[in-house]
Design a protein around this ligand. Structure first.
Ligand code: NAD
Length: 493
């Protein structure tokens, strides 16, 4: 590539990474196993990669099981596992710009934003490298001649299924804690964005990770994802994606081996702006909240509730940020681009469908509301006002650059409106009144509350959803609970 943002090569192996080797699918004749990769800024195909099928998952489970029993888990000291995670962090760092270029190519996000994502991913591996030798149970004194202790044991073979919007972030959020806790893993990237995961796989052997500990099997949800969800010897599955797919995964687990499931699902997060908020800061955060990553964020602040006293000033400034992004929309590699294309033609059509439904339902288009240009999947940053809570655009996750603004009068009223959703991932609260900020944060059904900020994600702070936004927590010490099971050992002295 010779672009203003990135000059250099990108190289990946397009196979399935199983047992430290690059393999072809054992059922290559299946059409759905070979997805084409599209550069979303132009809609043109850039490469094709191997996609797996259920028999490939059987092979991956066999090797991951063997690796768990012989060369990982409690067979090696935690400090050794930690060192290997550090090696991975260092190798990603060494190749950081190539990773960012692959993300920009595969997902269409501006190169500079992809660079920031890779930096977070490196942090993640470093953080859990530190945990690998600090996972332990407790001693519990019961009576004079009895005692018990607990062990935090790994599951063995775990699986991870991730989405396309922040592919490397999701990869690191799953792999780093699972490996630190001593599990071996099979990870399926989204069939839309496997390129960075394939690059990552090419570093695994160099990091000294024994064969079979990390297996990366690309493929579709129906060919590979389902096989993982139903597999009787996978003990634990961590999933990030839509609520619809999360439901299917729970069903598959219920019908197979009742594997432990962690779900990080969709959202329709409220962002609440009170009259006394710092207007300039609030506009900046609200804009980031809905338009970051082209609105393709699970915790996007997509329902923006604005108190009546600040409403006019807020929407004026908010619309200006949308126009600014629109003026800086374009090629992810231009070096100046702030807003890129959507992930695929399917998502593009879906988002345009929501925009049209907002118009038909009578909401007012304050900015955007249409495609941008004729090539690729660009949509103008869109803001709807005069939105009623019952409208489809106010209820459903759009997963695109579409914010809906609603006016409110009182704190009680906005809490009720904000909680009127099946989701509960995150919320934003903007006010200079600290008591109100905390009161509202506690009253909202959300796994994360941001006060006078938005999208602050920290490696050491848990992240996850209430209600139909998921179960379980990623990040921080909490994520280790996802990947360990507690055994109680009783002793009669
Ligand atoms: P998706 O549910 O369509 O796909 C996610 C993954 O599941 C992909 O790898 C896909 O191949 C796989 N899959 C699809 N059907 C499957 C099946 N039947 N069995 C097993 N696996 C299957 O979601 P997406 O479109 O890739 O991502 C967007 C969604 O992800 C949004 O709803 C977003 O909110 C959510 N998301 C949530 C978080 C979070 O942390 N809560 C983070 C990022 C994205």
């Amino acid at each position: 590539l010779d672009t203003p943002a990135y000059k250099g090569t990108v190289s990946i192996n397009t196979g399935l990474f199983i047992n430290g080797q690059w393999l072809k699918s054992v059922e290559p004749e299946k059409l759905e196993c070979c997805p084409d990769m599209v550069y979303t800024a132009t809609g043109r195909i850039i490469t094709s990669v191997e996609g797996g099928c259920s028999k490939d998952i059987d092979i991956a489970v066999d090797v991951a099981e063997k690796a768990y029993k012989t060369s990982w888990g409690l067979k090696v000291p935690g400090s050794t596992r930690g060192q290997m995670l550090l090696n991975l962090a260092n190798l990603i760092e060494k190749n950081a710009d190539e990773f960012a270029a692959l993300e920009a190519l595969n997902c269409g996000k501006p190169f500079s934003k992809a660079q920031r994502e890779i930096a977070g991913c490196i942090e993640e591996f470093k953080y859990y490298a530190g945990w690998a030798d600090k996972i332990h149970g407790k001693t519990i004194e019961t009576t004079e001649n009895k005692m018990a202790y607990t062990r935090h044991e790994p599951y063995g073979v775990v699986a991870a299924i991730i989405p396309w919007n922040v592919a490397m972030t999701m990869l690191s959020w799953k792999l780093a804690p699972a490996l630190a806790a001593g599990n071996t893993i099979i990870l399926k990237p989204s069939e839309l964005t496997p390129l960075s995961a394939l690059k990552f796989a090419s570093l695994v052997n160099e990091a000294g990770i024994p064969p079979g500990v990390i297996n990366i099997v690309n493929g579709t949800g129906s060919a590979v994802g389902e096989a993982m969800a139903y597999h009787p010897r996978i003990r634990k599955l961590a999933f990030t994606g839509s609520t619809l797919t999360g439901r299917k995964i729970q069903e598959a687990s219920a019908k197979s081996n009742l594997k432990a499931i962690t779900l990080e699902l969709g959202g329709k997060s409220p962002n609440i702006i009170f009259d006394d908020a710092n207007l300039e800061q609030t506009i900046k955060w609200a804009s980031l909240g809905i338009f970051a990553n082209m609105g393709q964020a699970c915790c996007a602040g997509s329902r923006i509730f604005v108190q009546e006293g600040i409403y006019d000033e807020f929407i004026k400034g908010f619309a200006a940020t949308a126009h600014h992004l629109q003026q800086n929309t374009g090629d992810p590699f231009s070096g100046k681009t702030l807003h890129g294309p959507q992930i695929s033609s399917v998502q593009f059509d879906r988002i345009m469908g929501y925009i049209n439904s907002g118009k038909t339902d009578g909401a007012h288009v304050l900015s955007g509301g249409e495609r941008d240009g004729n090539e690729g999947y660009f949509i103008k940053p869109t803001i709807f006002t005069e939105v009623k809570p019952s409208m489809k655009i106010a209820q459903e996750e759009i997963f695109g650059p579409v914010g809906v603004v609603m006016k409110f009068k009182t704190e009680e009223e906005v809490i009720e409106m904000a909680n009127n959703t099946t989701y509960g991932l995150a919320c934003g609260i903007f006010t200079e009144n600290v008591s109100r900020a905390i009161r509202v944060a506690h009253a909202l059904d959300a796994g994360t509350a941001w006060i006078n900020t938005y999208f602050t994600i920290e490696t050491m702070v848990p992240f996850g959803g209430y209600k139909q936004s998921g179960t379980g927590r990623e990040q921080g010490e909490y994520a280790l609970e996802n990947y360990t099971q507690v055994k109680a050992v009783h002793i009669n002295i």
